[in-house]
Ligand binder design. Sequence first.
Ligand code: OGA
Ligand code: MN
Length: 289
Amino acid sequence: MTLEITPIDATLGATVRGVCLDALDDGTFAAIEAAWYAHAVLVFPGQHLSEEAQVAFSERFGPLERVVIKIHAQHNPAVIHLSNVKKDGTLWPANSETGLLLKGNNDWHTDSSFKRIPAKGSALTARIVPESGGDTAFADMRAAYDALDPAMQAWLADKIAVHSYAYSQGRVGGMTGLSEDEREALPPVQQPVIRTHPATGRRNLYIGRHASHIVGEDERESRRLLERLCEDACRPPRVFTHRWSVGDLVLWDNRCVLHRGLGYPADQPRHMVRTTIAGDSGVTSERVA
Ligand code: OGA
Ligand code: MN
């Protein structure tokens, strides 16, 4: 097999063929890691990895986060099940606790930006795909930064945003799916609005649905600004949408990419399995009251 990396028609993303992710030699892994830094999102069609193989592949990039929202957990504490299918095979309604937690993913976000040390990357595989919808979209925050006018780049350079799960999840119907302990484990945190990627040195915007407002600025106005930045950022040519087939794996870099689910009919099953590669630095350690 020969590794084949084909860029997607956007500023980010590439499709990778000619590799079995459950039998990776070090040389092939190095080529995949380099491609990941170049393209920020890699689509691996038809991998059909077991949960264990997905964990092993993800761990090559670093230690994995543990699931904090128990509703998404099954056996392995490092594996998140994003699924509307109950154990008995029937579906959770859209307005159930599970349905509302899943719905939150339909707004542009980067995984775990509401944690003090946010995620480095995520790997998502498709187990059950609805007949229509359920695609996932990705947006390039490197190119979005490059497209800002220099005055805005300069103004944002030292800005810090408050990221809060209570804020973002409150907007889509609340936190009722979370226990008191889970809520307490997720206090608001601070993240810089502009990050520099440790591997590539490229700057990027770091925003999304968990970003509530900018520290030291008017809360409502800075919230509006963050929303406008996000809207402008997530436009062509900086976006692409992946239509899933069962067995696909998509790996994205949470440090410089936003993503969102596109929704699907409530009477159709969808089951995705995610592993999350932990970040290695919290940029500020202060919590916000
Ligand atoms: C995720 C996520 C969106 C989707 O896995 O982190 O946001 O389409 N998924 O399931
Ligand atoms: Mn996500």
